[in-house]
Design a protein around this ligand. Structure first.
Ligand code: DGL
Length: 249
């Protein structure tokens, strides 16, 4: 496949783009970060659907043959509308994240973290219950999004936010954490520090596995990426240079 469109509200989807670049399924990745309107996660459903459809319209200009919705908030409320409007496959990160845990022990203690919209949509929880998982704790942790956007991924400020959000949780009992927001993989080392026994589920790795299994995609290309943003594209490029380790076009 030649071109895959990828979008997120901001820089978070770069965590997904990074895994897609590594996988080499697509010749070129066209990334759109809606940085003018981030965060999506505290907006209402109809606003996120509108923003997502606009992202799709923008990406259609590049003759994409595939769309990866690298935003859990958009995947939680807009995936059906996106599928209706696209003449190519559209894959969201939620179905991928659930697939990534399906072989785990059904008695595992799962902690699901994400934006308010993702958690309140109940989409992950419903799919996990269907797969037989019973011990699911979910928590909206929206402050992690601006922290990552501003480049705070470790240190005192981040530790304090972890303490505030998770003071009521027995951290050593958590077996699996679903990082239900694509900004959160950038906080992986902080999650590991605070939840030493937990396995982290990452939307980007989950998408790569799903694409391999369901679409039979193979590592064929030395993939490249083109970046677009609705505001401050230079900042997105700087973050991408720092985080992706890939040559940018
Ligand atoms: N990275 C996005 C997600 O996966 C959105 C974060 C936000 O804009 O609130 O949910």
């Amino acid at each position: 496949m030649n071109r895959c469109g990828v979008f997120d509200s901001g820089v978070g989807g770069l965590s997904v783009a990074k895994e897609l670049l590594r996988a080499g399924f697509f010749k070129e990745i066209i990334y759109f970060g809606d940085t003018a309107r981030v965060p999506y996660g505290n907006k209402n459903e109809s606003t996120i659907i509108r923003y997502s459809l606009e992202a799709l319209e923008f990406l259609k200009n590049f003759d994409i043959e595939f769309l990866v919705v690298a935003c859990n908030s958009a995947s939680s409320v807009a995936i059906e509308e996106l599928k209706k409007e696209a003449s190519f496959p559209v894959v969201g990160v939620i179905e991928a994240g659930v697939k990534a845990v399906e072989k785990e022990d059904k008695n595992s203690n799962i902690l699901l973290v994400g934006t308010k919209r993702t958690i309140n949509s109940g989409k992950y929880q419903k799919l996990l219950l269907k797969k037989g998982f019973k011990n699911i704790l979910s928590k909206a942790t929206p402050l992690f999004v601006p922290l990552v956007e501003e480049g705070f991924v470790e240190g005192k400020l981040v530790d304090d936010v972890f303490e505030i959000y998770f003071s009521d949780i027995k951290k050593e009992n958590i077996d699996i954490i679903i990082l239900g927001c694509t900004h959160y993989p950038f906080l992986s080392s902080s999650f590991k520090k605070h939840f030493p026994n937990a396995k982290l589920i990452h939307s980007g790795q989950a998408i790569v596995e799903l694409l391999k299994e369901q679409y039979n995609l193979l590592p064929k290309f030395d993939s490249t990426i083109k970046l677009f943003a609705s505001d401050n594209p230079e900042e997105l490029r700087i973050k991408a240079k720092e985080w992706l380790n890939f040559s940018l076009i």
